[in-house]
Design a protein around this ligand. Structure first.
Ligand SMILES: NC(=O)c1ccc[n+]([C@@H]2O[C@H](COP(=O)([O-])OP(=O)(O)OC[C@H]3O[C@@H](n4cnc5c(N)ncnc54)[C@H](O)[C@@H]3O)[C@@H](O)[C@H]2O)c1
Ligand SMILES: [Zn+2]
Ligand SMILES: [Zn+2]
Length: 362
């Protein structure tokens, strides 16, 4: 039996249950979880902002040790530390055929089951097929990506979602050139990863914006050159941002997922500027902007899913960059909790507390 954080229905509190976990079959591996991050995408589901089938074991940002493999599985091997990918591309859809695996809509991960539709936990689905908020999980072998020895499991967990999402949004989706000015609004794990990505890109200015003051200090520690406390109205935030960036940032990353901050990001764009939408709103939310100046000024909006991740390539690269100090991911982790504290972690996240909370299974 395995202890796991289960959402019985969207909008209700997560409960800890003991569940039966099937043995891995062909194409599957079992992972003994070492660490799981708490990402706002879990909270969207918990709060009923996104529809997901239930009951479901939560968590999609995790890392652990492979302790059993199904028949014929050669990668990963038993004993390897793996970071878990929340998207395993189907390999045959239009996006996959173009190599845009991060945009695969037919991924089995989105069915929250194993490839054949079966559930690893009896009668309970696994969020994004990986269910990281559990002591152990049976996942598609392709979702379990080995990372270099010496990687801190908590850091490996964050590579599974927020690091890949934020760093990839900067380096892959936007391909920010050296010397560009960058702003990031929203400094949770995702936004701070955008800040780290902008530093790797060699941005000349990195302006970090949040309404919670404690987030700004962390942003500075991971590479921001300037900060804005967004505790007033949008107009004063915009004014401060324009002052710092010669009229507006070349690139602005929205890492919250609320219509008002999406609109603020678009409004902040100078001529030729690019807004990259990384935060995800509640389903069906809409945002609007004035079309004429947007077109006239050759502005751009890009959507970025999973930082355009190719997990089997990118995870090892980002892990190597944490080991050589380029990505100070450990600075993001400011609270370690047990599995029983998931609801408490969600409450703290709603209040804007902590940059990244980690469930420590060790
Ligand atoms: N595109 C993707 O593939 C992808 C992947 C992972 C997460 N996400 C999304 O990214 C978003 C951020 O995730 P996270 O885990 O970093 O969340 P988080 O809750 O940890 O961080 C959000 C931050 O935004 C700040 N904030 C909220 N409202 C604000 C406002 N009006 N002005 C300024 N700051 C404000 C909060 O204080 C907090 O620091 C979520 O919507 C999540 O679902 C997207
Ligand atoms: Zn996430
Ligand atoms: Zn596909």
């Amino acid at each position: 039996m395995v202890r796991a954080a289960v959402l019985e229905s969207v909008g209700s509190p997560v409960v800890i249950r003991e569940l039966e976990l099937a043995a891995p079959r062909a194409g599957e591996v079992r992972v003994r979880m070492l660490a799981s991050g708490v990402c706002h995408s879990d909270l969207h589901v918990r709060d009923g902002e996104w529809d997901r089938p239930t009951p479901i074991v939560m968590g999609h940002e995790g890392a652990g040790i492979v302790d059993a493999v199904g028949p014929g599985v050669t990668t990963p091997r038993i004993g390897q530390l793996v970071a878990l990918s929340w998207l395993v591309p189907c390999g045959i859809c239009r996006s996959c055929r173009r190599g845009h695996v991060w945009a695969c809509p037919d991924s089995p991960s989105y069915r929250h089951t194993l490839a054949d539709g079966k559930t690893a936990f009896r009668g309970v689905r696994s969020y994004c097929a990986i269910a990281t908020m559990a002591e152990a999980s049976v996942v598609p072998a392709a979702a379990a990506i080995p990372v270099p020895d010496g990687t801190d499991p908590a850091v490996a967990a964050l590579i599974g979602c927020c690091v890949t999402t934020g760093v990839g949004a900067v380096l892959k989706t936007a391909a920010v050139p050296a010397g560009a000015s960058v702003a990031v609004i929203g400094l949770g794990g995702v936004g701070l990863s955008c800040v780290m990505g902008a530093a790797v890109a060699g941005a000349s200015r990195i302006v970090a914006i949040d309404r919670v003051a404690s987030k700004l200090a962390v942003a500075t520690a991971v590479g921001a050159t300037d900060t804005i406390l967004a505790d007033g109205d949008a107009a004063s935030t915009l004014r401060a941002l324009r002052d710092l960036t010669d009229g507006g940032p070349d690139y602005i990353f929205e890492a919250i997922g609320r219509p008002e901050t999406v609109e603020l990001a678009i409004a902040a764009l100078p001529l030729g500027g690019t807004a990259v939408l990384v935060g995800m709103t509640p389903l069906r939310d809409r945002a609007s902007f004035e079309v004429y100046p947007f077109v006239d000024g050759s502005r751009r909006i890009l959507g970025s899913n999973y930082g355009f991740a190719e997990p089997s390539i990118d995870f090892a690269k980002y892990a190597a960059w944490t080991l050589d100090g380029r990505l100070p991911v450990d600075r993001l982790i400011d609270r370690r909790i047990g599995l029983d504290d998931v609801e408490d972690a969600f409450a703290a996240m709603r209040r804007g507390e902590y940059t990244r909370q980690i469930i420590d299974f060790a």
